[in-house]
Design a protein around this ligand. Sequence first.
Ligand SMILES: Cc1cc2nc3c(=O)[nH]c(=O)nc-3n(C[C@H](O)[C@H](O)[C@H](O)COP(=O)(O)O)c2cc1C
Length: 352
Amino acid sequence: MYKLGSQVAYTLYGESHSEFIGGFLDGIPKDTDISIDQIKRDLALRKPAAGIGTPRIEPDEVEFLSGILGGKATGERIHYRIKNTNTDSSKYDIFNRTPRPGHADLPALVKSPDHRIKGGNQFSGRLTVSVVVAGSIARQLISQHGISVAAFTRAIGKVRDDEERSFEDAVKAKEFQTKAATSELDSMMTREIKDASADNDSVGGVVECIAVGLPVGFGGTWFESVDSEIARAVFSIPACKGVEFGKGFGLAEMRGSESNDPYYYDHGVKLRSNNMGGILGGMSDGAPVVFRAVFKPTPSIGKEQDTVDLKDMSNAKVKVEGRHDPCIVPRAVIVVESVTCLVLADQMRREC
Ligand SMILES: Cc1cc2nc3c(=O)[nH]c(=O)nc-3n(C[C@H](O)[C@H](O)[C@H](O)COP(=O)(O)O)c2cc1C
């Protein structure tokens, strides 16, 4: 069981090849409207697209066991689960002996000698099906208070989108299979993924996420800051290797006179730029919260790689056959949105 949040508290359970993956969601106020159709729409965005995603396609039907009645939260714990229908682990046996580079096999086997590799076990991207359900419920709670979250694909491999993008662009990106902002970028990114896949390889990329509607001062300080809590949640997503807010690492080469976001008055205090990604002192400064997350290339690849034989304690080779995403990024977009919604829902409940 893995936990996130305190007032809106999410617990994740399950494994890649367990019978069910599920979640508990506590703290959703009684009578909050919950649309099951919205949950289905969010889950559809996590599904792999033909030709650029894993051939492991599951129905992802959610069974709600408690906490939702007649389209509303009852105020009790929401418990739901999703059946895994594709759980043949036989192809993974070999990785108990020759662990996959880039995956969690080696540290998991060393940490727990009785660990047996079945798909990606508890480290699998498959668990994000539960995250998206919880995130969708959290999304519905925060949207009823004027807060919305949308993400899109900023980069895949060497294809980078350098244009300024708005919240509306991020919403529209859901039309495209790579979740890029335009159809031209979608074609280029699709090609990048297909080229890697044809080479038995994988590619990584960048997801950008935008949250709007946070009132000025929303958030906390130090370990409860909006940015630290979002970063922790986003870093928890398998394969995420970096998070930056606003201009992020680019701030290193700017002067304060360039990086500060100056204020002006126009029916309220506004900012002339958003280099800080909408956060000052851990709180919203009124500008959209903007951050980017980098996802590494999928570790399981069909190309032969060096590993070790843990039985003989000798050098060995391994290649991964079977069902894998040649690029995680298009499917990670909705997962980034989901954890962000969970964090903001939790922060919102702590504000009250
Ligand atoms: C949506 C999603 C799908 C993923 N699909 C795969 C996959 O098909 N094959 C794979 O090896 N890793 C996949 N991963 C990544 C692994 O789960 C992850 O790299 C591994 O657990 C090691 O964790 P780490 O990369 O965070 O260190 C996926 C991750 C996400 C978020």
